[in-house]
Ligand binder design. Sequence first.
Ligand code: ADP
Ligand code: MG
Length: 798
Amino acid sequence: MTSEEISEAELDEAVEQAEPPTLEEPLPEILPVLPLRNTVLFPSIVAPMVATTERAKRLVDDALASDRLIVTVASRDAEVAEPAPEHLYSVGTAVRILRMTKTEDGAQRLWVQGLRRVEISAYEQTQPYLRARVKAVAETQVANLELEALHRNVSRQFAIVAEGSQTVSEPVRAMVAQLQDSSALADVVAANLGLAVGDRQALLEMVDVQARLERLSEHLAREAEVRALEQEIRSQVQEELTRSQREYVLREQARAIRRQLGEYETQTEQVEELRRRIEAAKVPENVMEVAERELGRLAVQPPGAMEAGTIRSYLEWIADLPWSKSSDDTLDIAGARLILDEDHYDIEKVKERILEFIAVLKLKRDLRGPILCFVGPPGTGKTSLGRSIARAVGRKFARLSLGGVRDEAEIRGHRRTYVSSLPGRIIQTLRRVGTNNPVFILDEIDKLGADFRGDPSSALLEVLDPEQNSAFSDHYLEVPFDLSKVLFIATANVLENIPPALRDRMEVIELPGYTEEDKLEIARRHLLPRQLAQHGLTERAPRITDAAIRAVIRNYTHEAGLRNLERELGKIARKLARRVVERGGESAATLDAGDLHGLLGPAHFEPEVAGRLQIPGVSVGLAVTEGGGEILFIEATRMKGKGELKITGSVRDVMRESAMTAVSLVRTSSANLRLDPGLWSTSDIHIHVPAGATPKDGPSAGIAIVTALASLLLDKPVPPDLAMTGEITLRGKILPVGGIKEKILAAKRAGITHVLIPAANEKDLVEIPPDRISDLKIEPVERIEQVLQIVFGRDVWV
Ligand SMILES: Nc1ncnc2c1ncn2[C@@H]1O[C@H](COP(=O)(O)OP(=O)(O)O)[C@@H](O)[C@H]1O
Ligand SMILES: [Mg+2]
């Protein structure tokens, strides 16, 4: 015998079909008893149940055949399959069977209507089913305000509990709200609360309606609390769910992005891949230790964490550096000689030194020793020599431009505490090159700056010091990197600007600049063929005459090196290429100086000196700038005035003072020069150094300023082929100056044939190959009167 819990759908149907219980109906004294194993039926409700045992089916059949009335009573022990009287409670419910249908498996499905509480006084029969003597239990119900209050309270409490409940149907709720009878209300609520069998039975047995309502109120209050708690838990769960769903979605998106970027699927994959790469890079043991530590840290980072990105890029740097990757040297002197000659014209001394260097490298196989440093004006082949050396010894070529580097961290990197930190440029360059023994040009080492961010030259010292550079420490890497196999070569425009500590480590090789003849040769052999080839003109190019090249050198460039010459030749090649294309492959047979105007436009530079020196008050000085040696025009003029001096032309302090000294000297020499002493108080003097924007400084224009002034005041022009350099004192003594070689070469380039230099500089002339200056007249001078007599004739000075 069994019964079923009330299911929602069935109850809906049942409630709607229920006839109101007729409480006053007299009950027979003896009724069949149907035991219920796990529920209690209440009066006033309609409920479904199923009869499966033979005993129960027999009982139902008999009841259906008579008045349909039976008594249901709960078993104290749900485990007993066919409960006997001793298993059963003594209070049950008289019910009427409303409907019976047979199920396919032979069970009976019943709908029963609860009628009233009954008490079993004695069992009359146990076979074939239980029958007992019963009597109706009288309920006590005093209609007072308290009961009414309780009634309303239970009704409201039930409404609240039912509100969020899935098991209480809408018709039941409506019914509870409308029920007037407190006992019926109590029973319906009790039936719908999902209480344990014991609790239900206790409620069934309570004859005092008020007490029953009170008990129900307690149950309802607890239920409400439980519901609220459930609600809270459910919404927490919901929240938790939405949050984790959000994260899930974001993570999926992040992964999609990473996949797009070709990154790894999972952290573990990533860690393993990095480990593999680092092992393949054959890092030193101490580096592997650090790498392992970082790999371990990466493995435990939540994916997408910023820290993970930082660690990963660190490990990628470690993986990508050429810890043990070297190229093999080809140390064959004859071959090296060929390569150097192929790339560079002349500069014999430089090539000799490079070949010696290679020879030592071959014998010693290490690079301890001074660092070569090529010093010279732009375009003299410093960088390209580095490239040639790399080619000659079969190493990779790397170049790091130090121009404007002011921060130590640029050389040595930033500590990893910065999110965007990177290794310094030495390490960056090595990663790019991919070998640990390249020829490494430290270009323009004289342009290094230093400021509050630290002195980059101290970091460079460590780079270049063979005692230290086998364990070069980059702030970012933290682990030492061996730079001892790198062949460093430095370049500079001006030796004086190299930080002294660095200069001490270097062997300086000078590339002072080229004469017009050199340039013509280099253009013929190297620059022009290269430019023509680059523009696809190797076969179609016209014959370019020497006069044309010379004209390019003289009228379109103005430099010690070859940069602009190469650029102008490139421009010619470009124009020629266009003409060839436009004329269907035809090109003129030759290109002469006269054709240049059409290709390069008007000349940039006057055919120097000659034209400008025809008026008195102009002289030619010599200077050394970043661009190498240069000639410098000095102009002097005078106006009516009160003896003021004006100096213009981006002249800096030392040169300004030198000009003032020159004026004073000329003034005190008025008598010797037979000048009108009154002119100084009635004239203003203006000294100008043209070629305007470039700043000019230094004392070496002294004698040229004196000469310009004398020329002005004597009204005698300076000979057009004469230039001079030398510092002047107030007493007319001439002091030595720097850069004699560059200055003389510059003068020669400018077409000057006669140069005055301080006598104390005569010794510097040995630096210049004699054949370069064989056609120059170089005259050492000691005093100003000597200068003026050479320039204006012996009798100018008395
Ligand atoms: N002696 C030379 N023979 C052939 N070409 C040269 C020579 N010197 C310089 N060049 C060429 O001149 C150009 C400028 O040289 P580069 O090495 O850039 O000069 P720098 O580094 O001294 O400023 C390059 O194309 C280089 O090949
Ligand atoms: Mg260079």
